[in-house]
Design a protein around this ligand. Structure first.
Ligand SMILES: [Zn+2]
Ligand SMILES: [Zn+2]
Length: 339
């Protein structure tokens, strides 16, 4: 063991590992990872369960590195620093997001769009993530976090960041529709209320639980995804992976408005008449995050203040958490608590 690893650390850790898409994650004992130069070793306290993890497990994302430990909403504290790390200290609370590494040289990295880096690597996809007791991460992509409830911070790191980026891409739209009222939407809803912008929550037909939840967070209107809202929307943020929502949202959009697709995967988008797009309406996607998105959102969140609704699961119950997310049987966000 190099000198920077405390001798109080164990030699092994428990982790939930994906070997093949379509299979359940397996609980395994793994050697404790060592921080390479520039990396932090953290003891994971909590890791959010994101819909992207579900797409990974279900084989809907291309070319994952296998076997892989999923999880990219990691909250933990630093237990060892790799050579050359500056700006972090042992014991510090940190967050590790989806964007795990970028090349720093491509045309995207050098123009403030590192989220589009050609060679980017992502936590829990190409880099082992947080469904484990320990994890290593490139310090340059980690965020310092205040000490507080780790469980409630975890969803901020993807649902929060991606939701915030989606909202930013919708500009200063006044009336905002939220399609799919899960982890991301319940955070964006609080930001919208803080900014005194009315929001309209669309859920699966008959999902009265999510509708009540949206109402409790201040929705101006709630309804089924097929229902028309009482006013035209200036923007619609789509967090559910259903392509049919795109033309549905477009039909309720004001001229010049924008439909923002915030998920990494979506079923095919059905054809729609050009007249629905006419009037300078736009459809766009959100891909990943930049570190600046993270810094900006994590600075804003305590001022709102964003309070996340979480359902906690044990590490070994990650498959159950994913199954609940797949069925839509969760309010807010699922989070693994490492205990
Ligand atoms: Zn790059
Ligand atoms: Zn995510």
């Amino acid at each position: 063991m190099p000198p920077f690893l405390s001798n109080t650390l164990p030699d092994t850790m428990r982790a939930m590992v994906l070997h093949r898409p379509g299979e359940a994650l397996r609980l395994e004992r793994r050697p404790l990872p060592r921080p390479a130069p520039g990396q932090l070793l953290l003891k994971v306290e909590a890791c959010g369960v994101c819909r992207t993890d579900l797409h990974l497990v279900d084989g809907e994302l291309p070319d994952p590195r296998l076997p892989i430990i999923p999880g990219h909403e990691i909250v933990g504290h630093v237990v060892a620093l790799g050579e050359g790390v500056t700006g972090f200290v042992s014991g510090q609370r940190i967050g590790v997001p989806w964007l795990g590494w970028t090349c720093g040289r491509c045309r995207f990295c050098t123009s403030g769009r590192e989220n589009l880096c050609d060679a980017a690597r992502f936590t829990g996809y190409q880099i082992d993530g947080g469904y484990a007791e320990y994890s290593v991460a490139d310090a340059r992509f980690c965020f310092p976090l205040a000490h507080g409830a780790a469980l409630e911070q975890a969803p901020l790191l993807c649902a929060g960041l991606i939701g915030y980026r989606a909202l930013r891409l919708a500009g200063d739209s006044r009336r905002v529709g939220l399609y799919g009222f899960g982890a991301a939407a319940h955070i964006v809803a609080q930001v919208l209320r803080h900014q005194q912008r009315p929001f309209y929550a669309f859920t699966r037909p008959g999902d009265t639980e999510s509708q009540d939840f949206a109402r409790s967070l201040g929705a101006t209107w709630v309804g089924d995804a097929g229902q028309p809202p009482p006013a035209r929307l200036d923007a619609a943020l789509i967090f559910a992976p259903a392509g049919a929502l795109v033309p549905a949202a477009l039909r309720h959009l004001e001229k010049g408005g924008c439909v923002v697709c915030a998920g990494i995967h979506m079923s095919d988008i059905p054809a729609f008449p050009y007249a629905d797009l006419w009037g300078e309406r736009m459809i766009r996607s959100v891909a990943n995050l930049t570190r600046q998105d993270g810094l900006d959102f994590l600075e804003l969140a305590p001022r709102v203040p964003v309070r996340t609704a979480v359902t906690a699961f044990r590490l070994e119950d990650a498959n159950e958490a994913l199954a609940r997310l797949r069925r839509g049987a969760l309010q807010g966000a699922a989070v693994l608590a490492m205990g």
